[in-house]
Design a protein around this ligand. Structure first.
Ligand SMILES: Cc1ncc(COP(=O)(O)O)c(C=O)c1O
Length: 378
């Protein structure tokens, strides 16, 4: 461990975000790492070729490492990171996963089942007893928590303990929570993945992913998968993500505060029949979320009382909130999830997912209330 690493370890996560992965403090050095644009390196030496490593990747990797507390690899997308994990499972391995996680992961799992690569047991991740019952014979427990878009919360510490008893590995998709809200490796998970596209990069301008692990053998295998499958990120995108990560603390604080306020107001809105947000004391996931999470994230889902057409009318009528997919950026976004054919059938057709940004909460509420009332014909 270098003196710089030791100094970082003594800081809170909010300060690590700002201080991690800076160049050495020598006269005239820049305060930021440069964007390394090289596809090849002079021999002899260990760098070799641009697909094997890059100094800008290393900087983002070491910043994420200081947050997730595990060796980290960045990938060209969140899906590339998820694919790398499924790629190293033995043929016929059993994965236990949410019945309605992120639609891309669901499609990947379905394809793996169709090709005979994996067997998948689908469970309700918020039902701890149901997940534990599925563990015997499971190779990998895949925990996306909170889930996208149903915002179900898995009992991550309890399920990790139960999985260990069954010799099952545990992977956590930590995209919705971020390491500021939960650190699954510190709870005993084997791997953590992120769609860095979302909160960590934070500005809706890059697509990137990451995997972190404390297990050096696993890290080596995943590094080989990235090297050979070639799902490598562009240095500029990585640099942007590192720049975005610096402000994750203030962005999350503001977005989560906005989300709780908006979720509370949506509860009594005439256009809304059900609000899903683990920060609401009335939410069925609230107690378990409160027991180990340091926040509740900034995505809200709600069912529109006027059905599918009214939900679409609402999304199209907003002026401040953008009608677009994705989440985790500074700008608020919403959409009816079933506009995508890949969305899980267990998600209601009239469910709108709202990614709450860092705008002024009163401006957001005026816009949302106005759009919802237009959608009701008021
Ligand atoms: C929870 C979750 N995991 C993974 C992904 C995939 O990430 P990417 O779009 O960066 O490939 C997404 C994308 O929306 C997501 O929401």
């Amino acid at each position: 461990m270098t003196p710089e690493d030791q100094a970082l370890d003594s800081l809170t996560l909010e300060s690590r975000l700002v201080a991690a992965a800076r160049p050495a403090r020598i006269s005239d050095a820049g305060v930021n790492v440069p964007i390394e644009l090289n596809s090849t390196y002079l021999a002899p030496g260990s760098a070799g070729y641009g697909r094997y490593g890059n100094k800008t990747w290393s900087a983002l990797e070491s910043a994420i490492e200081s947050l997730e507390c595990g060796s980290t690899l960045v990938f060209s997308s969140g899906m590339a990171a998820i694919s790398a994990i499924f790629a190293i499972l033995p043929r016929g391995a059993v994965v236990t996963a949410s019945q309605n996680g992120y639609s891309g992961t669901m499609v990947l799992l379905r394809q793996a089942v169709e090709s005979g690569a994996l067997e998948v047991r689908y469970v309700d991740l918020s039902n701890t007893a149901e997940v534990i019952a599925a563990l015997p014979g499971t190779t990998l427990l895949w925990l996306e928590s909170p889930t996208n878009p149903a915002l179900e919360v898995a009992d991550i510490p309890g399920l990790i303990a139960a999985a260990k008893l069954q010799n099952a590995g545990v992977a956590v998709d930590n995209t919705f929570a971020t390491p500021l809200v939960q650190q699954p490796l510190e709870m005993g998970a084997d791997v953590v993945i992120h769609s860095l596209t979302k909160y960590i990069a934070g500005h809706s301008d890059v697509i990137l992913g990451s995997i972190s692990t404390k297990d050096q053998a696993l890290y080596g295998r995943l590094a080989d998968v990235r090297k050979i499958n070639g799902a490598i990120p562009g240095p500029f995108e990585v640099w942007l993500a590192l720049r975005g990560l610096r402000t994750l603390g203030v962005r999350m604080e503001r977005a989560q505060k906005n989300a709780l306020e908006l979720a509370t107001r949506l509860l009594t809105h005439p256009a809304v029949t059900r609000v899903r947000y683990p920060g609401l004391t009335t939410d069925p996931n609230h107690e378990i979320a409160k027991s180990f999470m340091k926040g509740f994230g900034a995505v809200i889902s709600f069912d529109h009382s006027g059905g599918v057409e009214a939900a679409d009318r609402a999304c199209a009528a907003s002026q401040l909130v953008a009608y677009a997919t994705s989440l985790g950026g500074v700008e608020s976004l919403w959409e009816r999830r079933h506009r995508w054919s890949a969305e899980s059938p267990t998600i209601p057709a009239n469910l709108i997912r709202l990614s709450v940004g860092i705008e002024d909460v009163e401006d957001l509420w005026r816009d949302i209330d106005r759009a919802l009332r237009i959608s009701l014909g008021q």
